[in-house]
Design a protein around this ligand. Structure first.
Ligand SMILES: C[S@@+](CC[C@H](N)C(=O)[O-])C[C@H]1O[C@@H](n2cnc3c(N)ncnc32)[C@H](O)[C@@H]1O
Length: 227
């Protein structure tokens, strides 16, 4: 079984060497498309962005008036997020790690290993935006990850999940192959899993696949709600 050091060491090395190909300069189109549903017709809502890196999606949600909770294991990513967005922050210890937050408390980024975190540190959220997160953690940690998600979802929570499906004998990830059956296995006992979009890609439509040794891949977006 992996421990926190095994889970985070490789990522810390990537951040330290500025090798972060997963980081996007633009707001994710799937989030933009489904945000009204996540935020229940654009009401100010509490969003969780697990394994957030320094995603620009968090700033976009914050500017729309939402409260954003991020979870990220590597401090450099969190500090870069605040610095690059010209935001002042305070830093305080928590049971699981450290909390970096703005004075208004609407941006709260926890530095912690999500697999060791108590969901009560975040509290119930209205929405979850999961891009590059479920697919980033080790497969053996998926049941723990799912348990955490169950622990933070409010009754009305909508959980938008981005996944990729491919032949895992050709590439081991991350992003790791994550099928609907895998999600059912981890989350099926507590969540309804609806497939929103499924795009079949080749290198022409998803150029990063060339680095992953893949010729075919599905990009699938799901919405999870509590049963
Ligand atoms: C593939 S990146 C995705 C980042 C972000 N969601 C985005 O779309 O840009 C995964 C991020 O999760 C962090 N991470 C990996 N394992 C983690 C863990 N167990 N707990 C907390 N953060 C973790 C890494 O440092 C990295 O920044």
């Amino acid at each position: 079984m992996a421990g926190t050091a095994d889970r985070l060491e490789g990522w810390a090395d990537k951040w330290s060497a500025d090798i972060i190909p997963f980081h996007r300069a633009d707001v994710n189109p799937h989030l933009m498309k489904w945000c009204h549903k996540l935020a229940h017709d654009d009401q100010p809502s509490k969003f969780l962005v697990p394994l957030c890196g320094k995603s620009v999606d968090m700033m976009w949600l914050y500017k729309k008036g939402h409260t954003v909770f991020g979870i990220e294991g590597v401090e450099k990513a969190i500090v870069q997020f605040f610095t690059e967005n010209d935001l002042k922050y305070t830093k305080s210890p928590t049971g699981a790690g450290q909390l970096f937050q703005t004075a208004d408390g609407r941006l709260q980024l926890h530095q912690a290993d999500i697999c060791e975190m108590d969901p009560a540190l975040i509290g119930p959220v209205d929405a979850i935006w999961d891009r590059g997160s479920y697919v980033a953690i080790y497969c053996e940690d998926r049941p723990k990850y799912a348990k955490f998600m169950k622990g933070v979802m409010s009754r009305k929570c909508h959980y938008l999940l981005w996944a990729v499906e491919y032949d895992s004998s050709l590439f081991s990830g991350p992003p790791r192959n994550l099928s609907k059956d895998d999600i059912e296995k981890d989350c099926g006992s507590f969540a309804k899993i609806e497939c929103l979009t499924c795009d079949e890609h080749t290198v022409e439509t998803f150029p990063k696949m060339a680095n992953w040794n893949l010729k075919e891949m599905k990009e699938v977006v799901y919405m999870l709600t509590l049963k």
